[in-house]
Design a protein around this ligand. Structure first.
Ligand code: ATP
Length: 237
């Protein structure tokens, strides 16, 4: 299967801080790939660099066989690459429905947008129930669902998810992981950044372990689940 995303020898600096130190990884079409690692390892910086929120110092980022180092995020959305940032930034004063519709801003066909909305309401029944509720009053888990639903409204080919389970209660964590599986089953390629290594490795095909800005380990996700080094460092829960 062909590569949909390839990152080659990427470096990111914040002033004097060398946050990403020459990482290389790829995602094949149709895969779930996870980047795991401790707080501050550079997971968020990696995703933000891919979608142009921060600039790299050097390195290559190739999406669907084209270089995208200089392409702004909204152009990437048009090209099928959606990003659900850390901290689920929904528009707090807008309704669930309005947030979802904002996710479709790059699309024109009203009927197709309506179909996507129905698909999201089908898979996220909680969002349907609360479609007229102001997003700021949703629980953390519901806001995460809304952020994911909004990204799906752009009809992406690939989705980047930044710590979707962060700060959620165990019930919501399970629900979010089922939704990620559902998104993948619907044909969307997934790059998942997670601190919950156990759950991420259980649903992923392949994984990369980031340690202080470098890739320390990579491989088949199920094999990494059994790897003694991964178990000792990341699967202690
Ligand atoms: P987290 O789980 O906390 O988001 P992470 O693995 O996503 O961690 P990053 O947030 O990418 O890690 O941070 C990587 C490194 O870059 C850390 O050392 C962090 O302190 C530093 N860093 C991140 N953002 C900035 C910034 N805006 N200015 C300075 N340093 C930063």
């Amino acid at each position: 299967m062909g590569k949909i995303l390839e990152v080659k020898n990427l470096h990111v600096h914040y002033g004097m801080i060398h946050a990403i130190k020459g990482i290389s990884f790829h995602v094949n079409k149709g895969e779930i790939v996870t980047l795991i690692g401790a707080n501050g390892a550079g997971k968020t910086s990696t995703l933000q660099t891919i979608t142009g929120l921060i600039s790299s110092s050097s390195g290559e980022i190739i999406y669907n066989e084209k270089h995208i180092e200089k392409v702004p995020g909204h152009k990437l959305v048009e090209r099928g690459l959606a990003h659900v940032p850390e901290g689920r930034r929904v528009f707090a004063s807008l309704s669930v429905y309005q947030n979802l519709m904002l996710g479709a801003y790059t699309r024109k066909d009203k009927k197709e947008i309506e179909d996507s909305l129905e698909m999201i309401y089908h898979h996220f029944p909680r969002l349907k129930e609360r479609r007229n509720q102001v997003a700021g009053t949703l629980s953390g888990g519901e806001q995460q669902m809304l952020a994911m639903g909004r990204a799906l409204m752009s009809k992406p080919e690939m989705i980047l998810l930044d710590e979707p389970s962060m700060g959620l209660s165990p019930i919501y964590v399970n629900e979010i992981f089922s939704l990620i599986q559902m998104i993948h089953d619907s044909g969307v390629t997934v790059l998942l950044v997670e601190q919950n290594a156990n759950k991420a490795l259980m649903i992923a095909d392949r994984a990369y372990v980031l340690e202080t800005g470098s890739i320390a380990l990579e491989g088949n996700a199920k094999e990494l689940l059994e790897d003694p080094k991964v178990k000792a460092a990341y699967l202690s829960e």
